[in-house]
Design a binder for this molecule. Structure first.
Ligand code: URA
Length: 210
């Protein structure tokens, strides 16, 4: 059974997403917006973390209060556009360990080709949040989840700012256990595998490389 996509329709997220889509938004603003959105997304994606109650002393009295318990977290950034989301997510979860997976899309086949993979040694013991702003064909995302599962990771969430229906379908087909968090599901992919209406090339817009 496939997990549904968790659509993050909070007005703050949707407002920032509109600014991201706007081709006139500067590189600096774009990068800041991606970080801010990723922080807000992380807030939602960690909503189900289990807590336990501990006893503390406030300046007034003893009180029982919740803290996060259970498995530790890791963030995995899909290079290179994942980097801006990573730093937004780290703002919320500063103790998370971080992994990187680098793949590029072969322009002919549109399939992912790996050029870098560095993950925390104990990643299989962690709940993993994968970040990549664009879930387009889903090839890169599915490939990243394949790698994580090969390393023994069983608890994976995938955070993207914009998803294409094609990418959602592919991820749900290959990894129905992975929850997808997205701020929007757009119309379709164009002939260059860009999301329509989308926001263009996320990596270029984050790093100003075009
Ligand atoms: N990657 C991007 O950066 N943009 C798209 O529209 C699709 C994939």
């Amino acid at each position: 059974m496939s997990n549904d996509v968790i659509l993050l329709d909070h007005p703050l997220i949707q407002h920032k997403l509109t600014l991201l889509r706007d081709g006139k938004t500067s590189v600096k603003e774009f990068r800041e917006l991606v970080e801010e959105i990723a922080g807000l997304m992380c807030y939602e994606a960690t909503r189900d973390l289990p807590t336990e109650t501990i006893t503390i002393e406030t300046p007034i009295c003893t009180c029982e209060s919740p803290v996060i318990e259970g498995k530790k977290l890791a963030l995995v950034s899909i290079l290179r556009a994942g980097e801006a989301m990573l730093f937004g997510a780290l703002g919320l979860i500063p103790v998370a360990k971080v992994g990187h997976i680098g793949t590029y899309r072969d322009p002919e086949t549109k399939s992912p080709v790996e050029y870098y993979c560095k993950l925390p040694n104990d990643i299989e013991k962690r709940s993993v949040i994968v970040v990549d702003p664009m879930l387009a064909t889903g090839g890169t995302a599915v490939d990243a989840v394949n790698k994580l599962k090969k390393r023994g990771v069983s608890d994976i969430k995938f955070l993207c700012i914009i998803a294409a229906p094609e990418g959602v379908a592919f991820m749900q087909q290959e990894h129905p256990d992975v929850s997808i968090y997205a701020c929007a599901i757009d119309s379709h992919l164009n002939e260059h595998a860009y999301i329509v209406p989308g926001l263009g090339d996320a990596g270029d817009r984050i790093f100003g490389t075009k």
